[in-house]
Design a binder for this molecule. Sequence first.
Ligand code: ADE
Length: 352
Amino acid sequence: MSEASEGPAPDALAQPLLAWFSEHKRELPWRDEPDLYRVWVSEIMLQQTQVETVKRYYEPFLERFPSVSALARASEDEVLAAWQGLGFYRRARNLHKAAREVVAEHQGVVPSDPASLGQLPGLGRYTVGAILSLTQDQRLPILDGNVARVLARVFRVAGSPKKSAVSKRLWALAESVLPERQVGDFNEALMELGALVCRPTSPACQRCPFGELCAARAADEATAYPEPSKQAEVPRVERVSLLLRRPDGRFRLEQRPPEGLLARMWELPAAELGPAEQPARAAAALARKLGARARPRFLGTAEHRFSHRHWLQHVFAVDAQGGEGTWVSAEELGDYAVPTAAKKTLKVAGLS
Ligand code: ADE
């Protein structure tokens, strides 16, 4: 990795970026929001979920849990139910735990000093910087995927941002480019530029406010930065798994097809989600197909990583009367080849 300072003087970015932002920023429900709790919720939701999806969940979640104390009073089940469909439920569990800590240790007021905020579960350097800069203009840097891409290009930073030395350098750059004022706008504008202009595979350099200030663009190499990590991104597949249980306690297992992934192994009946399909809908459709009439109840999720794909399995349960297929008792499970991915769903269902 070259440490040579390529690219513009760090203080050259703020003016063109802020001018661009005021003209092109999207109206998003969590923008220009001074409340730490509300921005916190948005940032946690945005961590692993697309803006378009978060837009559907943000207001309903805050109507249900309008304050940190309301969230702390709720049960984990209620919080998970409101989160259902956003995936990565650990985020919701941490948010809930953190809300309880805020009530127990900070009199219900979200702390506004970075060290205390950073102690809460689920809050790393990015989230702390985002919350406090966006709400209070605290002079803290942020570095997420979008910002890392912008900075790697503007300063032509070699190496994958997944490497700790590269990430360290990018954090240092993120700090060095901060203006004295309008820090929140500046940070949000960097993210916005990454989302709208400095896109991963097809950057719209002709619309970029940095113009030739960008070292990668000046070298006509924008898409060469940031360097991809060695480990290729694996596709994430979401599925629903259904515990279909008879009155005698037996539940249905299905055998996977004879070819392909986990060939001929056994699992709970399952279906892959379509691109925008909600887990609850897919579970209801699967239950109907298998002859159950009740509405499936959400139990939890089970993630599993294969080398070439990543499953996010939403596990549901529904009562059934029986019917064709293989119905097993918990004791008989050992007789079937059940892969780890499926064991995880059974564990969520309380069966292994
Ligand atoms: N991603 C994370 N936080 C964001 C924000 N405030 N605006 C747009 N995208 C974001």
